[in-house]
Design a protein around this ligand. Structure first.
Ligand SMILES: [Fe+2]
Length: 144
């Protein structure tokens, strides 16, 4: 059973929500691979790279939105993002050393799911009020 999107995760910005949904889709993919026992070395290494790449670009976009609207949680958000990117770097390193194993994938799934839900519920949803200040289209155009 994959992750269920709920309006309680909404940030008030459709683009940010769309990007969050994409990250949850990555987690669904991870869960499927664990359940089916179908993860391969090649898949895991591609998965870690793609997830890190996508997460970085999502964080950049979200940080621009928060900075642009002078959102109260902008600095806190950026700090938490930086910590996750550092952790993902360590995860990648650990993968290169240990290689693929069930424990590694399971720990990764639990960590990412709890980090993401916690971060969205405690920080990202505080963007709702700020999102009313600038149109999402304008922010999207500015972030490119
Ligand atoms: Fe965030």
């Amino acid at each position: 059973m994959g992750f269920q999107w709920d309006d309680k995760y909404s940030t008030g910005n459709d683009e940010i929500d769309k990007q969050h949904k994409r990250i949850f889709a990555y987690l669904d993919e991870l869960e499927d691979k664990i359940e089916n026992g179908s993860a391969t070395e090649k898949w895991a290494s591609d998965f870690l790279s793609a997830l890190t790449y996508y997460t970085r670009s999502h964080f950049c976009f979200e940080e621009v939105c928060m900075r642009r609207t002078r959102c109260a949680v902008a600095a806190k958000n950026k700090t938490q993002h930086g910590k996750l990117i550092a952790t993902l770097g360590k995860v990648q390193l650990r993968y290169e050393i240990e290689g693929l194993n069930d424990h590694f994938l399971d720990q990764l799934r639990k960590f990412l799911t709890s980090w993401l839900v916690n971060h969205i519920m405690k920080v990202d949803i505080q963007y709702r009020e700020c999102s009313k200040k600038v149109s999402p289209q304008k922010l999207l155009a500015e972030s490119k």
